[in-house]
Write a protein that binds this ligand. Structure first.
Ligand code: DGT
Ligand code: CA
Ligand code: CA
Length: 589
């Protein structure tokens, strides 16, 4: 760039985004912050800040001054280098040095400067002294009391930072997987239709099936010159274009969900998919295995020296490290790499293996479906059976069925089963487990049911020991089959009740009972880690939608994602069985 922006920069061109003084100042300030974290020359940093302040307070716009041919470096506090930067910003709307600084600085670290109570100086001290690189690191250090011991911090600063942290994490949005799936399905269809596009995949936490996602990470392979990046930013739901480059763009949709799109060459598509699927912990472990073999893994491929030995497919990437393909849901560095190396990877359950749903409500207890509608919906999904499990009377939740109404429902189910082809309605109930561990229906009624799902709906606050005994006692009943939503958690709303879940798992196993993985997005109970624990303790699970309306039936997919994250195989999930075998399993002793 010429010393006083000689050429066209002086005259604003039509169609160019006009950059305000405030925006120019903000970019210089941000550059100063990032340089400061990086430990750059303090004079340079101060120069950026001084210039930013001068520009922000100036009554004349920089655009006008440049248009008049003013030499900005004649202004107080603005040297030639900064004048050139301002011209670049006015000309292009961007500042190369800022973009480079952003690339150099871990995003999480840069984000820390936005925590109230922390400026770049403090972020740098936290990084240098305590190796804090992220909000999570910072939280741990605060908890351990290490922050207040740093020079220049102290107890008051600590409190300020804690408050600031609460603000930014409260504003942190994670999107439920089910919502993200709907958004992604439309966007994928749109991108696949762009000329030249050969492959599109959503990677990241979405592909790993996490119950919530921070953003969508989309990888696209396409032929040269495909307009995919420009079509991406033109997508109708885009609310804001955050960045736009030649191989990568980031947008925020109107729903506030962020989407990163990267264009990747076919030859490295598998390597990129592996890299951007994560998790970070899995990738770190994979890279260390590679290092042992004298190999290098990155998003472009697996390399021995400068030779690329794999990269086109993920399978090839894992194979080059001597490993079988590892399913995305397992990639959390929770033992999957050791299992892969030892040939002990689970063969994860799939949605296609599911033969029915064992927990559903009708309009009789707060749902919206009639018996017939429920049966039709299940048949549409190619299920063989679906259990009708309305609430009993004690349930504080929703107009439970008393014995008379339940008996009428049983008769209605029998009539429908005679009439309907291709689907069996199971006679069941979601029975309240009372505080003493007894069940909220008389024995003769329980005996007449095909399936009994037991649940706790009140008395959450019992002490750990009593809560555990209560559930074990309920499972002592020979009609008890499945413990619904075993920990009672409601995400972001209610903590799990205090319970010795390992004892409950062993108790269920020994009695021939089962635990539920409830697929309601607010529950997802059992969690993935507890699913894994259940499998290890030898108790089987039912994955259930707990549907109240037709659309809920598709929540089974969410449940299966979580089951897979919990390492469950077909044989761990009882609703992969046909009704004949399942029926035998449900008749205890
Ligand atoms: P999210 O978006 O918070 O739900 O979680 P992820 O796992 O989708 O994380 P995201 O979007 O930040 O990054 C996507 C993947 O890219 C991540 O799972 C692994 C990979 N990745 C991102 N940054 C790094 C990094 O600094 N190092 C390594 N090894 N991998 C990274
Ligand atoms: Ca992500
Ligand atoms: Ca991302």
């Amino acid at each position: 760039m010429g010393k006083s922006g000689s050429r066209s920069a002086r005259r604003p061109r039509a169609g160019r985004a006009s950059v305000s003084n405030g925006e120019i100042a903000a970019m210089l300030d941000e550059l100063a912050d990032l340089e400061e974290i990086a430990g750059a020359n303090p004079f340079r940093i101060r120069a950026y800040r001084n210039a930013a302040r001068f520009i922000a307070e100036s009554s004349r716009s920089m655009i006008d001054m440049l248009a008049e041919g003013r030499d900005l470096s004649s202004l107080p506090g603005i040297g030639k280098a900064i004048a050139a930067k301002i011209e670049a910003i006015v000309e292009t709307g961007r500042l190369r040095q800022l973009e480079e600084a952003k690339k150099r600085t871990p995003e999480a670290l840069a984000r820390l400067t936005h925590v109230r109570g922390l400026g770049p100086k403090r972020v740098k001290a936290l990084y240098d002294e305590l190796h804090i690189r992220s909000v999570a690191d910072l939280k741990r250090a605060l908890k351990a009391g290490r922050v207040r011991e740093l020079e220049g911090f102290g107890a008051k600063t600590e409190r300020l930072i804690e408050e600031g942290l609460r603000d930014i994490t409260a504003g942190e949005r994670r999107t439920p997987l089910m919502v993200a799936r709907r958004t992604a399905a439309e966007l994928l269809a749109y991108l696949e239709a762009v000329e030249g596009v050969t492959q599109v995949t959503v990677a990241g936490s979405y592909r790993r099936g996490r119950s919530t996602v921070g953003d969508l990470d989309i990888l696209v392979a396409c032929r040269d010159g495909s307009p995919v990046l420009s079509r991406f930013v033109e997508y109708a739901d885009v609310g804001q274009v955050v960045s736009r480059g030649t191989t990568r763009s980031t947008v925020i949709l109107r729903s506030k969900l962020q989407v990163d799109l990267r264009v990747v060459a076919e030859a490295s598509y598998g390597a990129a998919l592996q890299y951007f699927t994560g998790s970070k912990a899995h990738n770190v472990a994979i890279r260390s295995i590679a290092a042992h073999e004298g190999l290098k893994v990155n998003e472009y491929g697996v390399f021995r020296g400068s030779e690329r030995i794999a990269g086109r497919t993920e399978k090839e990437v894992y194979a080059s490290l001597g490993l079988p393909y590892i399913e995305p849901e397992l990639r959390e560095n929770r033992g999957e790499i050791e299992a892969a190396a030892g040939g002990r990877l689970p063969r994860l359950v799939t949605i296609a293996q599911i033969r029915g749903d064992l927990h559903c409500h009708t309009s009789a207890s707060g749902g919206q479906m009639s018996l017939r509608a429920l049966a039709m919906e299940a048949r549409k999904r190619d299920y063989e059976y679906v259990a009708v499990t309305d609430h009993t009377t004690r349930a504080a939740v929703a107009h439970g069925l008393d014995v008379r109404r339940l008996e009428r429902q049983i008769a209605a189910i029998e009539r429908l089963n005679d009439e309907l082809e291709g689907i069996v309605l199971l006679k069941g109930a979601e029975v309240d487990i009372l505080e003493d561990g007894s069940l909220d229906l008389p024995d003769d009624v329980l005996e007449s049911l095909d399936i009994v799902v037991g649940a706790i709906h009140e008395g959450f606050a019992l002490a750990r020991r009593r809560q555990t005994e209560r559930i074990l006692r309920a499972m002592d009943h020979r009609c008890f089959n499945i413990l619904a939503h075993p920990t009672g958690r409601l995400l972001g709303e209610r903590e799990p009740y205090d319970l010795d879940l390992e004892r409950v798992m062993e108790g269920a196993r020994d009695r021939g009972c089962f635990l539920e993985l409830n697929a309601q997005p607010a529950r997802l109970d059992l969690s993935d880690t507890y699913c894994k624990l259940a499998r290890e303790s030898g108790v089987k699970l039912a994955v259930s939608a707990d549907a109240r309306r037709k659309a809920d039936m598709e929540l089974m997919e969410l449940g299966i994602s979580q089951a897979r994250r919990g390492w469950l195989e077909r044989s761990d999930v009882i609703n992969t069985l046909g009704w004949k075998s399942l029926g035998r399993l449900l008749r205890r002793g």
